[in-house]
Design a protein around this ligand. Structure first.
Ligand SMILES: Cc1ncc(C[n+]2csc(CCOP(=O)(O)OP(=O)(O)O)c2C)c(N)n1
Length: 662
């Protein structure tokens, strides 16, 4: 007997709630919940270890709905298990200020682990969650005392598996042998606009097998064979490799649109909702109806975890008394607070000219021992990004305690994995690549900003000063793009001191930061205190006197501005130079501070080796922006700088012309 009448009712509760939510909103995706409800039922009721009363229990299994358009399925499960949504939340699906937005959003809805919807991201997030579990297990478990030990489950669809980010992440997960990662694939042969036979015909199981995964196919009864799904999940848990379970389902099961792409993303319509409920043998009225005995059964599922958690808590308490220092460290990291002492490096003029990427490497290595939760790596670039943590080991099969993560040449997965690492709790991840390749990972950076994950994105080789590699490797519009991203702090430090302060800011900031660093050496601009949290400050000139002209620069252009200031001063002009390591932090200051640093009545010039987009706010209508609004060129850096006007002489000339015109 593949399923019993009781199974069926419990599954149909998910289906009925989901289609009612979509119908009431007159918007949403009924197809996935109708087809995938059986596997969700088996997973949530028989395998997923969670405690509905405490969705934040650190050792809970993680569940990621990568196919985020199926959010009604997840919200129905959260409601049924009593994890914190009410029926009114389902009734307000997709409405303003509801707890049930169109796609799942972490920190917004209890029980939602990650923000999903952009397809493929969730699969990579799940890899990050599984990596976090593997690392924390290696760091904190002790013989006979296990306090981190959970699975990460991910439900994905065809769209997820068509996206490159999922392939990148799955390839890495296979290499890393993340045995506690289980991917349930809603293999319904339908995507949004068509059958997958027009787009996606390779053997998906064989693909995952080639990645080094354990793969299983469940092929019966339109995905309703709960016994087969149960057996597959049980086998997946027993296998030391990450597991891929393809469950053949029927999109829109039970509805008149079953098996067609029309079931994917439109409400069924009142008539079809009624017909679907009739097929499912479910009361057609009222909407959002769940019989008491079914709801009670689901609530018991949600309540079961209380005893799992209390058993774990006793083990945890024993571990904590045996390992008080380790426990203090773990609890601090989980709480997201920093250690009391961090050895920030000092930089003096004796360091001489240093590329900010090198300064970044020095900072990272100076603080890493004090901040054990800091883990990360690059997309196969750490000799260039300088982000290798010396002596702290490589995260590899057999050494999950290693703190250096090797993402390989997989920028997009790197970003999405970092989001998973952060959302797990207990870790502060950093990533690194060339700034130009931020575009490869932009979707993950955006989701980091949207979901507020504390990830430190390091980007080096930050401008045309990359030189000979040419315009393919020279960022132009990337700073403007990141600065336009809400909730993302962008830091472009001018020298070693500002680089240290950028790291200090990022580490203390409860959200994502990007640290944008040079490949080339930049001069040391003096031992000084840098008010990084203010975003900009006067680095040269009398801060109490209104200057004739203000030169505003970031990163490597601050020293250029200082050189230009010397030329202007030699001609008798009173100049102020403002270093602006973070435009958005400066923009967030009160107008009194902003106007004191960049007086609106002074003539103003901005200098930045990037697009000028956004700079007119700071130089004013009549001010001048020195930037690069076209692609770069392949040549020695100094030749490009001269060609594009990034010389002290040109900046001084631009400033002088502005003064004459003012
Ligand atoms: C990156 C990205 N591209 C496109 C979309 C729009 N979209 C949402 S669901 C979907 C089709 C997904 O097909 P499948 O995973 O098979 O889901 P099913 O039709 O089975 O619900 C598309 C194209 C998206 N959400 N994310």
């Amino acid at each position: 007997m593949p399923y019993t009448p009781d199974d069926q009712k419990r599954i149909n509760a998910i289906r009925a709630l989901s289609i009612d939510a979509v119908q009431k909103a007159n918007s949403g995706h009924p197809g996935l919940p109708l087809g995938a409800a059986p596997m969700a039922y088996v997973l949530w009721s028989r395998h997923l270890r969670f405690n509905a009363a405490d969705p934040h229990w650190s050792n809970r299994d993680r569940f990621v709905l990568s196919a985020g358009h199926g959010s009604a399925l997840l919200y129905s499960l959260i409601y049924l298990t009593g994890m914190g949504l009410d029926l009114s939340d389902l009734e307000n699906f997709r409405q303003l200020h509801s707890r049930t937005p169109g796609h799942p959003e972490v920190h917004h809805t209890p029980g939602v682990e990650v923000t999903t919807g952009p397809l493929g991201q969730g699969v990579a997030n799940a890899v990050g969650l599984a990596m976090a579990e593997a690392h924390l297990s290696a760091m904190y478990n002790r013989p006979g005392r296990t306090i981190v030990d959970h699975h990460t489950y991910c439900l994905c669809g065809d769209g997820d598996l068509m996206e490159g980010v999922a392939s990148e992440a799955a390839s890495l997960a296979g290499h890393l042998q993340l045995g506690k990662l289980i991917l349930l694939y809603d293999d319904n042969l339908i995507s949004l606009a068509a059958r997958t036979d027009v787009t996606f015909t390779e053997d998906r199981g064989a693909r995952f097998e080639a990645y080094g995964w354990h793969t299983q196919l469940v092929r019966s009864e339109e995905g309703n064979d709960v016994a087969a799904i149960d057996a597959a999940i049980t086998a997946a848990k027993a296998d030391p490799r990450p597991s891929f379970i393809a469950v053949r389902t029927e999109i829109g099961f039970g509805s008149p649109r079953a098996g067609t792409f029309q079931a994917h993303g439109e409400p069924l319509g009142a008539d079809n909702v009624r017909k679907t409920k009739e097929v499912l043998d479910w009361p057609t009225e009222p909407a959002f109806f769940v019989p008491d005995d079914i709801l009670a059964w689901w609530r018991e599922v949600g309540g079961k975890g209380a005893s799992l958690q209390s058993t774990w808590q006793s083990e945890y308490d024993a571990w904590k008394s045996a390992e008080p220092d380790l426990a203090a460290q773990y609890e601090r990291a989980l709480a997201g607070t920093l250690p009391e002492h961090i050895s920030w490096p000092a930089f003096t003029s004796e360091n001489g000219a240093v590329a900010t990427r090198d300064a970044g490497g020095m900072v990272l290595n100076a603080i890493a021992a004090d901040v054990p939760e800091l883990v990360g790596g690059s997309a196969d670039l750490d000799p260039s990004t300088k982000t290798y943590l010396k002596g702290l080991g490589d995260f590899q099969p057999g050494n999950y305690a290693g703190r250096n993560l090797h993402f390989g040449v997989r920028e997009h997965a790197m970003g999405a994995i970092a989001n998973g690492l952060s959302l797990h709790g207990g870790l502060v991840p950093f990533t690194a690549t060339f700034f130009n390749f931020v575009d490869y990972m932009k979707a993950a950076v955006r989701l980091s900003a949207l979901s507020g994950t504390k990830v430190i994105f390091v980007f080096t080789h930050d401008s045309f000063y990359v030189g000979e590699d040419g315009p393919t490797h020279q960022p132009v519009e990337q700073l403007a793009g990141l600065r336009a991203t809400p909730n993302l702090i962008v830091l472009r430090p001018a020298d070693a001191v500002e680089t240290r302060e950028a790291w200090r800011f990022a580490l203390g900031h409860n959200g994502p930061s990007s640290i944008v660093l040079t490949r080339q050496k930049v001069p040391f601009l003096g031992e000084r205190s840098v008010p990084i949290e203010r975003g900009a400050y006067v680095i040269h000139g009398d801060p109490d006197k209104l200057p004739e002209i203000v030169l505003i620069a970031t990163g490597s252009e601050v020293s250029l501005a200082l050189d230009a200031a010397k030329l202007l001063e030699a001609g008798g002009t009173d100049v102020r130079v403002v270093s602006m390591p973070s435009m958005e932090l400066f923009a967030a200051q009160q107008s009194g501070y902003r106007d004191a640093i960049i007086p609106p009545q002074a003539a103003r010039v901005s200098i930045e080796a990037g697009a000028t987009f956004g700079w007119h706010r700071w130089v004013g209508e009549r001010g001048v922006t020195v930037g690069i609004d076209h692609f770069g060129a392949s040549a020695p850096a100094q030749a490009i700088a001269t060609e594009f006007g990034f010389t002290a002489e040109n900046v001084a000339a631009v400033a002088s012309r502005l003064l004459v015109a003012s």
